[in-house]
Design a binder for this molecule. Sequence first.
Ligand SMILES: *Cc1c(COP(=O)(O)O)cnc(C)c1O
Length: 240
Amino acid sequence: MPGIAENISRIEVSLAKKLCSLGRQKDDCLLVAVTKTHDAETVKQAVLNGITHFGENKVQEAIVKVPALQIMLGDSHPFPSFHFIGHLQSNKVKALLRLSPWLIHSVDSYDLAAVIDKYTGERIQDILIQVNTSGESSKSGMSPDRAKDEILRIAELKRLRIRGLMTVGLLGEAPEEARPGFRELKQLFDEIADIGDERLEMRYLSMGMSDDHMVALEEGANLVRLGSAIFGARNYGGTP
Ligand SMILES: *Cc1c(COP(=O)(O)O)cnc(C)c1O
């Protein structure tokens, strides 16, 4: 699997450099390796090269890959934290929860949150609220003007712990085009933190992908989700 190890160390160096240049601690950003379309063996290689968090965007894919990776790693290596980052349908929630996700990034409505709360059982499930900052109707996420009220409703659910916000930036020609959306999410993040409600933790600001994560870091991201920068092009046809 040539390349993955080099990519990971190159990314770790560039993240640290960027954070330093912004006056932030060099470890003030969680790197989530996005492993969608790559097989469990590839994920294992990433884990052996230092990846401790990985993300999947489809439940059907995760329910095969996560157990396969557990078997491959066995007791020889700590299991990495599993993030769910894709659009989540209510009828897939039970299957997802069986995988004990460390963090679900894509909670975009009270109704979905209520379903997760209902099925999470004895666990407290950590979630992020996904906000649609790009204004594209094709994208998931709640609208920024509804977000605060909706988050306060979700905070009533006893088995969920809100840990921050997530967005997918505008996927334009240039990374710069994502900046206004990132800035808007950071502003919302700060406003919610200022409410001072202990149920609204605002720990993670999940924004930035391979193409636009440097812009996201400049706008305050402390969790980036990188796929192709680590693994190269994804192996499916059509749009990435
Ligand atoms: C695929 C995906 C990523 C990673 O995208 P890359 O451009 O490969 O880094 C990040 N976030 C979400 C929600 C994704 O679906």
